[in-house]
Design a protein around this ligand. Sequence first.
Ligand code: MG
Length: 467
Amino acid sequence: MRPLLLALLTALSLGASAAARLPNVIIIFADDLGYGDLGCYGHPTIRTPNLDRMAAEGLRLTQFYSAAEVCTPSRAALMTGRYPVRSGMAHNQFRVLRAVSTGGLPQSELTMAEALKSSGYRTGIIGKWHLGVWANDRPEHHPLNHGFDFHFGLMHSNDMNPSDKPKPKKANALVEQDPEWWNAALYRGRELLEPRTDQTQLTKRYTEEAVKFIDENKARPFFLYMPHTFPHTPLFASERFKGRSPRGIYGDVLAELDWSVGEVLKALKDRSIADDTLVFFTSDNGPWTWMGAETGGSAGLLRDGKGSTWEGGMRVPGIAWWPGRIKPGVSDAVMTTMDLLPTVARLAAVELPTDRPYDGQDAATVLFEGKTLEREVFCYYRGEDLFAARLGDWKAHFITQGSYGDPKPVKHERPLLFNLAVDPSEAHDIGEQHPDVIKRITAAVEAHRARTPKAPSQLIETVPVSK
Ligand code: MG
């Protein structure tokens, strides 16, 4: 179908108010933010008034999932609407791309930016990319070669290129940071701005760039992807926020992130384009629970955190906001980051290619009609291996392993079984009483495996790590 005809049909289905133009899309993606780390998700001492207001005005999702347990595969899933194993963006040992990696998201994948660009959107990424390091003689890995018109940010995590300066063990977990420990290189497009940027200024600078991007593109549909560097450790906050939160530096960092979200929403309101903009806030994976008491986040009532396939590793905050289109409320519909691509593609009148399967589903009925999704099984991968699966309220664990640092996977002859509706903390294995449910989930997983081939991993490192 031609884009113009699709645009017309989309506008008709959205109603008269949206007929004037295709909606802007903004995705704000925190790094390692836990399910329990926001005021509106129950944290007692972290102050997030802007996110709390966004949730009160929009839809707060209580069963929203990142499609992976760590950074790189999670971002691949968000950008492609597909399980990361399909694009080779997962690996059991390496887990994520590093500063020395030469692999990256294959060009054959269609990113959300490419999809929206095909419908006339201006596209920008401000923040952490982590889907390939173009500086390693791999120009194809640059976000500008994956559908983005504009780029400002870091290529990967802020701890991935440590400097030669002597530092304590596990330095990124410390509250007191020496900025010279980390070579976090900041780029604008292909230009290296600063080989060691001042990380205390990053959130502020991302925000200023975002407001500028919004201002420059306010007259046309745009897609802004804002993957923040924090609260991934090492943690840095600017002077205005440092030392203010009762939660310590982690609370300071989140207060600044929250301020940033407020500035973005304010920029939309000030330019009278809030009614034309879908904003979605979420996190790439659960919290780094084994960091220090002050520098690691919280998954709230969920079990474990980043790196694991327990709920705390992958269930994250999810807030959708679109004044006039999304009714204020709370939804317990199961949704994942993979759903965002099909959802925004329909809003933007993009016809996705039919030569590949999509694992995400159009979630318009959840966002705009207060319904749940008829969903096939949702699978939890750790690296390239399927560890657990959710079908309805039931979750079966075939293999379990804790966060980073927990060395041994445990294979369960009889899978562990939890009813997440009544036991979201996964505290009571009731598999013994429900062999029929385990049988159903096992069959669903076998069908999933049959339709989900794994591409060769892009995360294997071929370049030795230089110290
Ligand atoms: Mg992360």
